[in-house]
Write a new protein. Structure first.
Length: 577
């Protein structure tokens, strides 16, 4: 229709030209001749032919323009079909898709997923899709869930004034005695093993928010014997792997997570940022800290935003000591075989590993309540109970062919409060009978009496300290301590002593630690990550229940450790749901 109107206008313009439309002067009859009339008609025909040729060319040009307009419209419709909008945010789908739906790369907007700023179109260098006007880092969208890579790359240097041989983690219970040859030498090592990698997945489905969390480090046990000779072939180790689902006031978590007995900074969240395991570079954290990472399930109730109740059911273990450099309980002579069949000794006796091979009665049950009246204050109380059971399979002696059981229990109280905006005090305290495994395995849960009866060992732990922030610098300092009670029994002969802390033993009585350090953020950018320099000094000491004559001359066991670490942290932030 538009083309016809344009052509009509052109024709009218052409007909109105003076050569066509001016009335010709009519010559007098005497002046008209046959030759003049023929010449005029021929000229008129030529002018009409030329005008028609121009009209044909104009029509051809209009046809070409119409084709280009239609093609452009088709391209715009196709582009619109590839662009969808989720919660007001344009999302550009990639050309490939997975089984779970299209894969989308979306810069995380400062205003969250409801921001209407277009983040799918990069600016700056058009050849680099990692460049964007928005200052926030990118996350990956798969279907209707968001995935954020998490982790950091560490290079840790550690120096000790004794040769503890424990790499970048302190085995508190096996610090070399002053009389030991290892106390005469020092050690220095570089290690990348504290580096971590993983991902977090968030999504909402019909009002239910779910989180999937995965994290690895490289502190796994390696079968290689040439780690310091030709190849540092450190192997990955699973730290965390869990899923959490919350709808309204009810929350459920399942998988491998930090134990719910580990102190929290906020609520009863399983996210590492909400858990207190100190700011130290020591990968075994603090003496006196209650912690482990193990499989389990938990149910949480949120009566309000300030109060959380939780109950967890976690992996149990019948632990007699011996792991992580700790002292093991001595078993009665006739029941020594139970150390490799019914009690976990951490593989410390005859090199036998008892991982996942000992019998267990029921999950460890942990209950916790947390109060968070503000972002500056957190208070929590937790309790734990465990059940232990063995069968006396000795061929001689008292109590043969009988079952024996006992119950362990513990109480943990923690407080985390900001005195000022940038200065925070922290304390966490644990008292228990039969729950020493949660103190980094430094205390046994139980001992055995001559007839096979179980006795729960008393232990306690504490961590107290501060954390302060000054611009780009975090300062921290802590005291940590573990106490392991004496639990002694007579062997079947009526004279020999067994158990823990008996005369003549070299079992640990207490372990103490004082440490302080800093974390300096040298550079950070929300799109490119952060670079940090971390330093820590640590003094650790252990005392024994009994100093034998052989070691009395060099009584004492302590070390001084210095950590220096350079860390690059990946960028990443999850949009608020």
């Amino acid at each position: 229709m538009n083309r016809r109107i344009i052509l009509s206008v052109l024709c009218l313009a052409g007909l109105s030209a003076p050569a066509w439309c001016a009335d010709p002067q009519t010559p007098a009859a005497s002046e008209q001749t046959t030759g003049a009339t023929a010449a005029d008609l021929e000229a008129l025909k030529q002018k009409i032919a030329a005008q028609q040729e121009q009209i044909k060319k104009l029509q051809a040009a209009m046809d070409e323009q119409q084709k280009l307009l239609e093609q452009s419209l088709q391209n715009m419709q196709a582009e619109a079909a590839r662009t969808t909008t989720k919660n007001g945010t344009p999302v550009v789908e990639a050309s490939t898709s997975t089984q779970g739906g299209p894969v989308r790369l979306v810069p995380a907007l400062s205003g969250g997923p409801n921001s209407r700023a277009y983040a799918g179109q990069p600016s700056g260098n058009a050849q680099n899709p990692c460049e964007s006007d928005d200052a926030s880092p990118t996350y990956i969208r798969i279907g209707n869930v968001c995935v954020v890579p998490i982790g950091f790359m560490d290079l840790t240097g550690v120096w000790r004034n004794v040769n503890a041989g424990s790499s970048i983690g302190t085995n508190f219970g096996s610090i070399p005695l002053n009389s030991n040859i290892n106390a005469k030498n020092s050690e220095f090592r570089f290690s990348p093993q504290n580096s971590r990698i993983g991902f977090r997945i968030d999504g909402d489905w019909k009002g239910t928010h779910f989180i999937g969390y995965n994290e690895f480090d490289f502190l796994g046990t390696s079968g290689a014997t040439n780690l310091t000779v030709t190849n540092g072939a450190f192997v990955p180790r699973l730290r965390l792997f869990w899923v959490d689902v919350r709808k309204g006031k009810i929350e459920f978590l399942g998988g491998q997570s930090w134990s719910m007995l580990t102190p929290n900074r906020s609520g009863i969240s399983a996210l590492p940022s909400d858990i207190f395991y100190s700011q130290v570079m020591d990968v075994n954290y603090m003496a006196g800290l209650t912690w482990t990472r193990q499989p389990g399930v938990r149910v949480l109730v949120h009566p309000s935003e300030k109060v959380t109740f939780g109950v967890s059911f976690e992996n149990p273990d019948q632990y007699m000591g011996g792991a992580n450099g700790s002292s093991a309980a001595l078993l009665p002579t006739a029941l020594g075989a139970l150390a490799t069949t019914q009690l976990d000794n951490g593989g410390s006796i005859s090199g036998t590993s008892t991982v996942l091979s000992t019998p267990t009665v029921m999950p460890d049950i942990i209950a916790k309540v947390a109060f968070d009246p503000s972002s500056r204050f957190h208070f929590e109380v937790a309790g734990i109970t465990s059940q232990f059971k063995v069968f006396n399979n000795a061929t001689t002696g008292p109590g043969i062919n009988q079952h024996y059981s006992t119950t362990g229990a513990g109480l943990q109280v923690g407080l985390n409060g900001a005195i000022t905006r940038n200065f925070r005090l922290i304390t966490t305290n644990f008292w228990d009978d039969g729950e020493g495994r949660y103190l980094f395995g430094q205390a046994p849960d139980v001992i055995l009496r001559a007839n096979g009866a179980l006795s729960a060992v008393h232990s306690a732990g504490t961590v107290d300290g501060f954390e302060a922030t000054m611009k780009n610098t975090l300062l921290f300092g802590y005291y940590g301590g573990i106490y392991i009670g004496r639990d002694i029994a007579l062997d079947a002969n009526g004279t020999s002593l067994v158990g823990y802390g008996y005369k003549g033993s070299s079992q640990n009585r207490d372990i103490q630690e004082i440490t302080f350090g800093f974390n300096q953020t040298m550079w950070k950018n929300p799109r490119y990550g952060a670079l940090s320099l971390i330093g820590q000094y640590e003094w650790a000491d252990r005392s024994l229940w009994y100093w034998t004559t052989a070691i009395a001359g060099g009584k004492g066991a302590h070390d001084n450790t210095i950590y220096m670490d350079v860390r690059y942290t990946l960028p990443g932030s999850m949009p608020k749901f």
